[in-house]
Design a protein around this ligand. Sequence first.
Ligand code: SF4
Length: 491
Amino acid sequence: MNSHVTTVPQQPFAATFSPTLNKFLTVARLKNYRLPGRPGDRHIVGTSGGADSAVTAIILGKLFPEQEFVYLFTDTQAEIPGTSAALDQVAAYTGKPITKIAHPDGLHGLIAHFNGFMPSGQSRYCTRILKTEATEDYLEIEHERHPVTFHNYVGLRADEPARTGLKSDFPWLKTHFPLRDLGVRREDVFRILDETIGIPGFYRIKSRSGCGICSFMRQSEVLGVLEAHPQVFAQAEGVERLADEDRRRYAIPGLDRSGVRFSYPVPPAIDIRTADAVAPQKVPRLKVDEYKLSDGLFERPDESVFVAVEYFVDPMMAAFGKNDTGTPGVWHQQLVGWSQSTESLMKAVNTHFTTRLDTAEVFGLTQEEMRHEFRCTIFHLTASARALDLGPAAKDTFAWRQDEPLAKVRYVANLVKQTLYAAGLEQEIAQLRSIKGLRQDSWEGERLISLYHERKRQRPEGKLIKAFVYQPIESRRVNNREEAPCFACSK
Ligand code: SF4
């Protein structure tokens, strides 16, 4: 099936001066960096909306303003929000239009075409049809029209020498790595983006560009989409086909509702107001008063789960009041994931932490600052086996991630958030109650009363047993996905 090809013209853009970009343009000139091949050859720059390809396009566009590049983007029509804006910015900054290739069905249409059969590791038809074949078709047609050598520029960086990039079967297609040739590293890429078109916001959620929801995403990324783009999550959830049994399991009244507030308890080792702060290796326990759950809730024996929450803590926030009622210093918090095994949860946190380091700049931090400010708490929660159903999905359920349909992710996330939110309220109530001589008409007294009423309104299905701070370690995995044309998969 032929893909649609459209060319999006560049918009006017008031280009800002980028010292980092200027440095590499100077390096290129000193190295006498030239485009390969002969006059008349075609030059293709694959753009995905991601950081590396954007900087490749920017550097080439600025180095060779007169050259006619084809900035090529294969659109799955299910891209994470922000992709299109990032591409527009590249086009505007370089003055080069983007050529978009889109399969008429798009990702969701393709899944419908395959009777709801979702892409998976065994059958990754999305990449093949939407990216590989669409790109090859386009290039073959172009090559028939222009039978010359085609040069393909790929954004592999100088600090990832193990990656090899795609191997093409077309003898007339040559691949080049300008970032590697010029010594551009990860931190340079983010600095150039920060100084020019901005870092795409989706790096707060995903480590790579690509579809909003994908079979290969990690649980932490799926949770990021749930929080940041609930409409994308809901659309992807609508594509899944749940067995009746699973439909019932993940739709217990009272839990499957949106609008659950999320703020998490802050353990003493994270709270800048306490003496224990910034000493996470001590693995302290968070003391949270247990509270009674409604009668009759526990029809079956309890189930329990370990849950990881990340926090970014800035000790400088102590300037805003390092006392009983001042800020605990947390400026970002997010649910990272859950597991019934602490070991696998810690592994997942390590991977997540490594991704945070690799994309620290999107939060306005350097890697060193991220190492300093990142904290993680692992909470141990329990709930009735009826409410906390972590068993595998039914065999005849078709989901993006077979082991964990999105309905289940939403369901468990809601249970976890409700439970931790209530526990956080209890913790804050206990802190305020410990203030000596607390007056009811003081700010603290009024806050205590409002927290008390808020807590009474909460009906969490689970309870917090204990919590400990986990100090993650960087986990550098061998990247064996270099040959895959879709760079979006992060698993
Ligand atoms: S990002 Fe995932 S779903 Fe999208 S095309 Fe790539 S592999 Fe398929």
